[in-house]
Design a protein around this ligand. Sequence first.
Ligand code: SAM
Length: 366
Amino acid sequence: MVQGVRIREGGTELLVPEQHSSGGPGKIFDTVFFNEQMAFNRDVSVMFLRALGKHMKVADCMTATGSRAVRIANEVPDTEVVANDINPGTIPYIEENIRLNNLTNCRASRENLHCLLAKEVFDYVDLDPFGSPVPFLHSAIQGCKRNGILAVTATDTAPLVGAHRPKCERRYGARPLRGPMCHEGALRILIGFVAREAAKFDKGVIPLLSFSIDHYVRTYVLLRNGAAAADESLSKMVYMSYDPDTLERSVSRTPDERHVYGPLWGGQLFDRDILDRMSPEGMADVRRCERMLEIWREEIDSNPFQYDMSEVASNLKVSTPRYDVFMEEMAKHGKVSRTHMSPTGFKTELPVETMKDIFLSVSRRE
Ligand SMILES: C[S@@+](CC[C@H](N)C(=O)[O-])C[C@H]1O[C@@H](n2cnc3c(N)ncnc32)[C@H](O)[C@@H]1O
């Protein structure tokens, strides 16, 4: 009998190692990994797959205790789930978690994911590695059925946000951004990398839900077959410029001496219809899910031009006005939105000079 502690996450009973992580990237204390903080990440998978509302054959390729796989099998109707991990120590946990929830639509598998995905194809493939997903992407793309969905987490945020630029260039073939938009830069580098890898197999990507949160970035992309789909997604790659003196940001389809950051995904991050159908009911952290869904639904996602209140205040050498007052004033002039990536961040389609004028006037008035 496997030892551990019983917890309830969402609508599912789970047995997890007694000593486990409760935040950050986490670490393995014993032989099997579990991080409580990733409950939100698993909540999102359940809400997302429920919103698709169709039969899905699911591969949770790096499942550890089986937490995500078992939650999907238990909480998303009409699923058939493989809970896979290469580590033999995970199997007793996965099997116990299947038993605890009386599941007949979930099976434990102990394979190297490259072998699993060479033998079987799935409607949904999930990659949740320690660090970078780069070594696993080819197999994951090939293991997706036509119009399948690939979900990818990256926890190697230091290279992706530009703290280790050469590593990002080596791994992702992209130059990362520093500055207030670096987390969105990380997310868009990851999506751009997935798009470029998929294009090698004549597949295009459509991001359905993408976010940067806690210590990781994650995207769910729809894979479409065909050279035209691949070319269309490659046409959404951009290079970015950023001038911290003027706060000017711009994008270009091709790199030049100003547009040096990238290649980045320059297209959508979200599918609004799916977001509208996602419900936080029954999730492990209902309040966090509600808050995130609200922001994702309003967030401008067509460009990587996020600003931060403190960045603008220090650039203009004025004090920071109240966020709500500033946002209200901005909305009178044009499109503005919050961003889930920072509580003090905002996005707008207004020109930078207009944004700065509004910021100055609100700051002086306050
Ligand atoms: C970050 S943990 C996964 C956490 C899990 N998804 C959860 O929500 O708790 C990464 C897992 O990937 C597994 N892994 C690493 N390389 C693998 C491979 N080539 N094939 C299958 N599993 C692998 C590890 O054994 C480890 O359990």
